[in-house]
Write a new protein. Structure first.
Length: 116
């Protein structure tokens, strides 16, 4: 393996800087995620459901990251900060939009198979 293709991962999520600690945690969680399998020529509905679920998990990881930033901002701001703006933003952005579209594809395949 060449040096250019080697991935170096952080060995710890400990840092005195809460933003750096959040970043390292984010990276580690993303690296531990298993990617969904590639879609073949005749994907099964469950393949699409797996993609939607994968995106929900990723959104949850990014939500945790954003919440840590929101906590730090709110905790150190000289004025009121609406912490709700830092909660569930990524999941809210994909749920019912991207995930709905993906699940509609799964349903269309199911409908096509029932009609056949």
């Amino acid at each position: 393996m060449s040096a250019a293709s080697t991935i170096t991962t952080p060995t710890t999520t400990r840092s005195q800087n809460p933003f750096e600690a959040a970043r390292l945690t984010l990276i580690q969680k993303l690296l531990r995620m298993k990617a969904p399998k590639a879609l073949g020529a005749f994907p099964h509905p469950s393949d699409f459901v797996a993609i939607a679920n994968h995106l929900r998990i990723a959104a949850g990881i990014f939500d945790e990251y954003l919440e840590e930033f929101g906590f730090q901002v709110a905790d150190n701001a000289p004025c009121n900060v609406d912490a709700r703006l830092f909660t569930g933003a990524f999941r809210g952005a994909i749920e019912g939009n991207a995930t709905f579209e993906i699940e509609e594809v799964a349903e269309a395949i199911r409908d096509g198979r029932r009609a056949a």
